[in-house]
Design a protein around this ligand. Structure first.
Ligand code: UT7
Length: 323
């Protein structure tokens, strides 16, 4: 059977780093509060010339170089983002143009923080359906542009950045020993819209709007939703937490990551944590964490890797990949 295997990874971060202490003169907060409640110590913030498209392009180029490929080898670009350069066209198409691609197709995927997990699952289906052989899956965000910088309950949490993987069609035996995407579980429930949303949009206010979040309410639902899709993914693949080599969760809050890993029985040393370095970069957080753990030699070919995310919508999901 056809499997979608990871051939390359890449990341790109804005030049400017903003430390927790940098907020202390802006809103009533402290490095101590932010670090203790979230695990965040710093985040990258995009300059005017750094956009979702430019960061996505940069991450894509690193992933292509890592894969030993060029844009000519790519059939499809799926970009997970909630902060597109324009309302339309899709920022994925802009990245396609920036890469000099005059073939293939590209589209954006909007599932907020779960965007990358949705995008990997979608790309896998395009590959297994025979519509594409090699897909660039990118998560790129500039959440700094939609933050209310006077709201301490949200502005300290988010950051900008991009990560990418190249997925490639390969032959598998149909067992969990195959390299590639092995199982996935996606969910959404629009009843929770008010807990995490942007208060503007083309069809309502005609403005871009600002991010609004009832953090405590999101927190209350997060662990249960995350563990639910992971358990579904485990049973679809016929594995347990002990079989995993690496758990790469969405990086929103260290306390959510720790509580989810504990509930699932995933050992602490298998959990990849980058929230301290990047803050919450929404759809970019999982591919950014992946590229850190691949670059430092933790994630190696043949490892069993579980990706997970939960965010606005609510949306949530998990994907199991043999690296
Ligand atoms: O990526 C999408 C998914 N998003 C998430 O997963 C985020 C989920 N939520 C969270 O991570 C946490 O709920 C937060 C980090 C947002 C907040 O942590 P918390 O432990 O749930 O704190 P809280 O909202 O219950 O607030 C505790 C106190 C409040 O003061 P009072 O009402 O107890 O007097 C807040 O006003 O902390 C206050 N507070 C702050 N204090 C200093 C809120 N933000 C800040 C701040 N600095 N930046």
């Amino acid at each position: 059977m056809i499997r979608s295997a990871v051939r390359g990874t890449g990341a790109a971060l804005p030049r400017r780093i903003m430390k927790n202490a940098d907020f202390e003169g802006m809103v009533e907060t402290s490095d101590e509060w932010i670090a203790q409640r979230t695990g965040i110590r710093q985040r990258h913030i995009a300059a005017d010339d750094e956009t979702t498209a430019s960061l996505g392009e940069a991450a894509a180029r690193v992933a292509l170089a890592d894969a030993g490929l060029t844009p000519d080898d790519i059939d499809l670009i799926v970009l997970a983002t909630s902060t597109p350069n324009n309302t339309f066209p899709a920022t994925a198409v802009e990245i396609q143009n920036r890469l000099g691609m005059q073939h293939g197709f590209a589209f954006d995927m909007q599932a907020v923080c779960s965007g990358f997990v949705y995008a990997v699952t979608t790309a896998d289906l395009y590959i297994r359906g025979g519509l594409a052989k090699r897909v660039l899956v990118i998560g790129s965000e500039t959440f700094s542009r939609i933050l209310d910088w006077s709201d301490r309950s949200t502005c300290v949490l988010f950051g900008d950045g991009a990560g990418a993987v190249v997925l490639e069609a390969g032959e598998g035996a149909g067992t969990i020993a195959d390299r590639g995407v092995l199982a996935a579980s996606l969910r959404s429930d629009g009843a929770h819209k008010e807990k995490l949303f942007v208060d503007g949009g083309p069809s309502t206010t005609g403005t871009v709007g600002h991010l609004r979040m009832e953090g405590r309410e999101v927190f209350k639902h997060a662990v249960g939703m995350i563990t639910d899709v992971i358990e579904t993914t485990f049973s679809a693949a016929g594995i347990t937490a002990d079989d995993l080599d690496w758990f790469v969760p969405h990086q929103a809050n260290k306390r959510i990551i720790d509580a989810s890993a504990k509930k699932l029985g995933i050992a602490e040393q298998k959990v990849v944590v980058t929230v301290d370095l990047h803050g919450n970069t929404s759809a970019a957080s999982v591919p950014l964490a992946l590229s850190v753990a691949v670059a430092d030699g933790r994630i190696k070919k043949g490892d069993l890797v579980l990706l997970e995310a939960m965010g606005g919508g609510f949306t949530w999901g998990a994907v199991l990949v043999r690296w």
